[in-house]
Every structure is written in C-alpha cells, then in structure tokens.
Design a protein around this ligand. Structure first.
Ligand SMILES: CC(C)(COP(=O)(O)OP(=O)(O)OC[C@H]1O[C@@H](n2cnc3c(N)ncnc32)[C@H](O)[C@@H]1OP(=O)(O)O)[C@@H](O)C(=O)NCCC(=O)NCCS
Length: 155
C-alpha cells in the first residue's frame, strides 16, 4: 500500500530506530536503558513512516528465558500491542526460550490476557537478575508499585 494508507507494518528494529524508540518510550515514561544491547530482539511498528509502536526481549539463553521489555503502542490504534507481543512470543520460540518474565506498572491487566501470571523477584533465574530492570525493581519496586509477571512458553 502506498503512502498515507495508515497500514501498520512490523519489522525488526535497527540502531537507526533508537532515537524514535527512545522518544516513544519516554512519552510513556518507560526507560530505554541498555536497549542498544538488545536491539536485534526488538520490533518496531511503523505507519506512514512514523513509529507507532515497539517492543522486544532481553534474552538470557543460560536459563532459556527472556524478559519482555520496551512495549509501547499508540492505544488509539487498537490491537497493536497484541501484534507486538505476539511477535515477541514468536521470536522467543525461535530462540528456544521456555519462560518469559516482565515488569510493568500499568499494564498488568493487558498481560494477564496473554497467560502471564504474577511473579516475585525470587522467581527470576540467575542470568535474568543481571537485567538493569531487575536491579532497579529490587531496589525501587515497592516505591513505584512495579509488578513482576511470568509465563511459560511451549517448547
Ligand atoms: C500496554 C500497551 C503496549 C498495549 O497495547 P495496545 O495496542 O493498547 O493493546 P491492544 O489494543 O492489543 O490490547 C488488547 C486488549 O488489552 C486491553 N489493554 C491494553 N492495554 C491495557 C492496559 N494497560 N490495562 C488493561 N487493559 C489493557 C485493550 O483494551 C484490549 O482490550 P479489548 O480487546 O477488550 O479491546 C499499550 O497500551 C501501551 O503502550 N501502554 C503504555 C506503555 C506501557 O504501559 N507499556 C507496557 C510496559 S511493560
């Protein structure tokens, strides 16, 4: 479809996408810390050349797990967050991951729809504890009311 169609396309992110991703995440007060390191596991959603969504994984193969992070979607579009999360599930499956974790402040209800359940920091395997998010939550989680969640993936 041509320009102005409003069609939303998903494609793997590159480092060139980082400034726009950081701006989108910042608009939702979400951090971009270390996102460059995980860029090959991030997807971007574009509409008429504009970034309208993103999301991805930190990958911890030692424990066959991933951490869903940097999920953002323009809510008025409807259904985009689902598409991005399903991309992350497919990507995790390709990587052979068997368990996904995440932290959220306002989207717990969204993730409950996709099989995530409440988790505690004790549930995180050793490798995932290296994540800046884990370290931040361990220190400030209560103060910010951050929820941890997890779900298994079919092998
Ligand atoms: C969370 C987010 C990525 C979801 O994307 P989205 O495009 O709004 O999601 P979808 O339209 O696919 O939502 C699917 C369903 O979940 C619901 N939903 C979406 N976000 C929700 C939320 N934060 N809380 C409760 N329900 C939510 C939608 O209303 C929709 O319900 P419906 O099928 O009954 O209409 C998006 O709302 C967002 O960017 N939020 C702000 C940033 C954020 O919190 N990111 C998550 C960081 S962990």
């Amino acid at each position: 479809m041509g320009q102005g169609s409003g069609e939303i396309t998903l494609r793997p992110a590159t480092l060139e996408d980082l400034p726009a991703i950081e701006a989108l995440l910042a608009s939702y007060r979400l951090p971009s810390v270390e996102l460059d390191r995980w860029i090959e596991h991030v997807v971007v959603a574009k509409s008429d050349g504009r970034l309208v969504g993103c999301g991805g994984l930190e990958v911890y193969p030692e424990d066959a797990c991933g951490l869903v992070r940097s999920m953002a979607a323009e809510e008025r579009l409807g259904g985009l967050g689902t598409r991005i999360l399903e991309w992350a599930f497919g990507h995790a499956h390709e990587l052979g991951l068997t368990r996904l974790f995440l932290f959220t402040v306002g989207a717990r209800e969204f993730y409950l729809r996709f099989g995530f359940e409440d988790a505690t920091l004790d549930d995180f395997p050793p490798s995932a504890r290296a994540s800046f998010q884990y370290r931040f939550v361990a220190e400030h989680g209560d103060e910010w009311d951050i929820k941890a969640m997890a779900r298994d993936l079919e092998a």
